[in-house]
Design a binder for this molecule. Structure first.
Ligand code: C5P
Length: 415
């Protein structure tokens, strides 16, 4: 699948560097040429000799080596590759890449290259979630660097969370997809690099007076997971979120709102988009005239009548045909009965391309729960997905979106 492709593998200093041995073996097994650059810190974890033995090529470590420069200048090293892979991409090398440093051979070849770059981050969970790393990753994504992982899991430092380097098989799948040689099916490993995505998530709050509101049980877990999955595929994501308790996803621009009107305004301010996914549970109605002061209880008086008025339909508004319409608009249908029939009808009524239909009857535990059973309704038909975690639903949906946006224009859903 990767026959004749030239991969420049930059191995930085993290415990995950040991996985590079397997990565090199797998890449070579697919016919790729692998040439390694090892940082000084990387050489504390793996030796030049082991990388050289597995790659059957010289390993480059020193920027000022006269011999290396006479055989293969460092600029040439970065240019003769089809793809540069940084694995493990430590917090340190990501920071140096974001800052445009050229303080060792690895940073210099990354600065000098005009070839696609894939980074497989690996670091302590606190380092990964630190604002500095978040900002560096965002900067690098904007410049077109593709990221694979990191995965959640137990870490060498006895902590648990995101920060584990992707497994070699996942990195190979990402490389295949970047080089247009996907071996694992049409949906696996597609990239959303360069795509702009909008996701709405969570409930809205509609004020009755300054202390009371109308809302619903949406937790934001599914919408946030979708935003995260799209970002992991390289999309530039804006997440417009109602009040939720779940943390902001990594590498995503989060706009926090309360009401449906504010959500609509934030969506319209998101600019030109390739895809918009409306996973928020927007309140259908708001108070017709919210009180400016707390409505007081009055002894003996009947309870106040609450007059409601419809909220703007954000999904239907964004789905309207026009130059601003995203190429792909995905709505959600939360139903307690006639799920599929209602979703098929909703897709047409709202003017969106796909509907993700989920059963939210109390017995399913979908609201606030960890798992979701959905149907994907498209113009082509209805697909029943198995019960999956919300992260898995998000991952599958992101893969489908990447595959859809990657198709030739004539078969895009919106057309
Ligand atoms: O009409 P209903 O609320 O069932 O439609 C659900 C879908 O529409 C969801 O994707 C939801 O995010 C979106 N929606 C919206 N604005 C509304 C109501 C629903 O974007 N006011």
């Amino acid at each position: 699948m990767l026959n004749g492709k030239r991969i420049l593998l930059i191995v930085a200093g993290g415990i995950a560097a040991f996985k590079c041995h397997d990565l090199i073996r797998r890449l070579r097994g697919q016919g790729a040429h692998v040439r390694c650059v090892l940082t000084e810190a990387g050489a504390r974890f793996v030796t030049p000799l082991s990388l050289q033995a597995l790659s059957e090529d010289k390993v480059y470590t020193d920027m000022f080596s006269l011999t290396d420069e006479s055989e293969m200048g460092h600029i040439e090293l970065s240019r003769e590759a089809d793809l540069l892979v940084v694995a493990p991409a430590t917090a340190n090398i990501l920071a140096r890449m974001a800052a445009g440093m050229a303080d060792d051979l690895a940073a210099t070849v990354l600065l000098a290259t005009d070839k696609p770059v894939l980074a497989a981050p690996a670091m302590n969970v606190r380092m990964w979630t630190h604002a500095a790393t978040v900002a560096n990753v965002e900067t690098l994504k904007k410049r077109g660097v593709t990221f694979v992982g990191p995965n959640d899991g137990a870490m060498a430092c006895n902590e648990y969370g995101p920060g584990r380097m992707s497994e070699p098989a996942e990195i190979v799948a990402a490389i295949e997809s970047m080089l247009g040689a996907s071996a694992t099916g049409p949906l696996a490993g597609q990239s959303l690099a360069g795509r702009r995505a909008l996701v709405t998530s969570g409930p809205t709050r509609e004020a009755i007076d300054p202390v009371r509101y109308i809302s619903n049980h949406s937790s934001g877990k599914q919408g946030h997971a979708i935003a995260s999955a799209l970002a992991k595929l390289g999309a530039e994501v804006t997440l417009v979120s109602g009040p939720v308790a779940v943390p902001d996803p990594m590498g995503v621009k989060v706009v926090k709102i309360d009401s449906a009107d504010q959500m609509l305004a934030a969506c319209q301010a998101a600019g030109q988009l390739d895809v918009a996914i409306f996973a928020a549970a927007v309140a259908d109605w708001k108070a017709a005239s919210p009180a400016g002061a707390k409505i007081k209880k009055q002894a003996g008086a009947p309870p106040p009548a609450l007059e409601l008025t419809p909220n703007p339909d954000i999904l239907a508004t964004v789905s309207r045909p026009g130059p601003q319409r995203p190429a792909l608009v995905v709505g959600f249908a939360a139903e307690t009965e006639n799920l599929v029939a209602n979703a098929v009808d909703k897709r047409k009524r709202k003017g969106c391309d796909w509907i993700v239909a989920n059963d939210v009857s109390p017995a399913t535990g979908t609201f606030g729960g960890e798992r979701n059973t959905v149907h994907l309704v498209t113009a082509e038909g209805v697909e029943a997905w198995p019960t999956l975690s919300k992260d898995e639903v998000a991952g599958r949906l992101a893969d489908r979106i990447a595959a859809q946006l990657g198709r030739p224009r004539s078969v895009k859903a919106a057309e």
